[in-house]
Design a protein around this ligand. Structure first.
Ligand SMILES: [Mg+2]
Length: 460
């Protein structure tokens, strides 16, 4: 075991050293390719490529737009309209897509529609098997409205739960006991928990979510033995850290998840397992984005998006996720001459144990092979999406472009950066292949990223 671990560590450090050398070559190349940029239209004057832009650290830092962001999007638009299919894919999850689209419009001085925004929770739209279940949602901002907009019909927030069951949250000693809850016995069992993002205060929600897991959704019940597996938990945005105006990254939702997992394990002696982990770098987010990009392209008169370019500032989310999806596309393409073949070629995104395959799982044995590294719910959603869009071609490839205006900076030593992030930053349940943090291109900023793609695509 120790030997295998040592071998793995050796192989990872070798891979990282290759990555390191390549990264510096890419940074050098990017500078020269940007300088030699020239415009040339395609014959059909239509593009067969699209962009997925991360927001924090690429377009803005906190609430301040980055200096060249506006210029980049001037290149992507003509008479105020996008001439290249473009999506903004963010791991933020505590606001509505409409609000994010408004912010982007203000920051960039162009009209961005809500259809162009993918929030970390957006793929939950596809988890239809949970839409009619009574779900507990946690986060801040308009999360109830967000859950309803996604398709959930029976939603209770942790604040509402605390109000219903005033005896649960005893963290605030000054809290006055609310009126006895007349509806307690009629409170329908909670069937799933959705973690949208970090709440403002953590202690109360941590207590309530653990109560719900220990009681299988009936928080006023007594517990004679710990139910396991616990009820489904789905989490959006597993970023441990994120970049705001401040120089040092801020604690993200991944930290809240980490706290919840730690407490659950300490109390029960068992591991908290997720039914679904969504948001970047989860593969499901990219399936969703590819589908939306194709819809957008069709409205522009382009039938297929051939190449997707993912622009981001974080090797372990934006770059990892884009490369993971590209690996899926390549294997899909090579299997059975491009027919829809997802079984046994699923690329690892995160692990799930067989006992957490929920009751809706009617997948056959082949799917269990697939679920070695992916969650049952994610697999079913990907399958259903592929069935829904059967005949709709997916992209042929997905390239990743790392910008140096956010989490990763040009002066950063990539080996120590990636090395530390691989071990510390990514979520516990993600199986990390260090090579997937390796971008296809590294550029100084988002403007250079757009120029680079235009040059590659001979498009202007
Ligand atoms: Mg970012």
């Amino acid at each position: 075991m120790a030997c295998r671990r040592a071998l793995r560590a050796h192989s990872q450090s070798r891979q990282l050293s290759i990555v390191h050398n390549h990264i510096f070559r890419l940074i050098k190349d990017a500078g020269s390719s940007a300088r030699t940029f020239h415009s040339q239209r395609t014959l059909a004057n239509k593009c067969q490529f699209g962009f997925l832009f991360d927001i924090d650290g690429v377009i803005v830092r906190g609430r301040k737009p980055l200096p060249l962001a506006k210029d980049a999007f001037q290149l992507l638009t003509e008479n105020g309209k996008f001439k290249v299919p473009t999506l903004f894919v963010t791991n933020a999850g505590n606001s509505l897509r409409t609000r994010k689209a408004q912010q982007l419009s203000e920051w960039l001085g162009i009209e961005v529609s809500e259809d162009q925004v993918v929030m970390s929770h957006s793929p939950l739209k596809m988890f239809r098997q949970f839409h009619d279940k009574h779900v507990l949602v946690n986060g801040q901002g308009p999360i109830k409205e967000i859950a309803h907009n996604i398709g959930f019909t029976r939603v209770t927030t942790t604040e509402e739960l605390a109000h219903r069951f005033p005896d649960l949250d005893k963290m605030d000693h000054q809290r006055k006991k609310a009126a006895p809850c007349a509806f307690e016995e009629y409170f329908p069992k909670l069937e799933a928990v959705i973690l949208f993002g970090e709440p403002v205060r953590w202690e109360g929600p941590l207590q309530l979510i653990i109560d719900v897991l220990l009681t299988s959704g009936k928080p006023s019940d007594d517990v004679s033995e710990i139910p396991y597996p616990h009820i489904p938990v789905m989490a959006c945005n597993m970023d441990l850290l994120w970049m705001s105006e401040h120089k040092i990254p801020r604690l993200g939702h991944g930290c809240f998840m980490n706290a919840l997992e730690g407490l659950y394990q300490k109390i029960t002696g068992k591991e908290l397992k997720y039914t679904a982990l969504i948001g970047k770098p989860s593969e499901i987010t990219y399936h969703h984005a590819d589908y939306l990009l194709t819809q957008q392209a069709k409205m522009m008169g382009v039938q297929h998006i051939r190449r997707i370019y993912c622009v981001g500032d974080n090797p372990t989310t934006d770059i990892y996720g884009g490369n993971l999806y590209n690996r899926y596309l390549q294997r899909r393409k090579s299997s059975n001459n491009g027919q829809v073949q997802t079984k046994k070629v699923r690329v690892a995104s995160h692990r799930a144990d067989a006992e957490f395959l929920d009751e809706a799982s009617d997948d056959d044995d082949d799917d269990l092979d697939m679920s070695e590294f992916d969650s049952a719910a994610n697999i079913r959603v990907i399958k259903s999406l592929e069935e829904d869009t059967l005949g709709v071609e997916k992209a042929s490839s997905c390239e990743t472009i790392l910008v140096c205006t956010g989490v990763f900076r040009e002066s950063t030593d990539f080996v120590s950066f990636a090395g530390s992030r691989i071990s510390n930053h990514n979520h516990r349940d993600f199986v990390i292949d260090p090579m997937l943090t390796h971008p296809n291109h590294v550029v100084p900023n988002v403007l250079e990223a757009v120029k680079l793609v235009f040059e590659k695509e001979t498009f202007a």
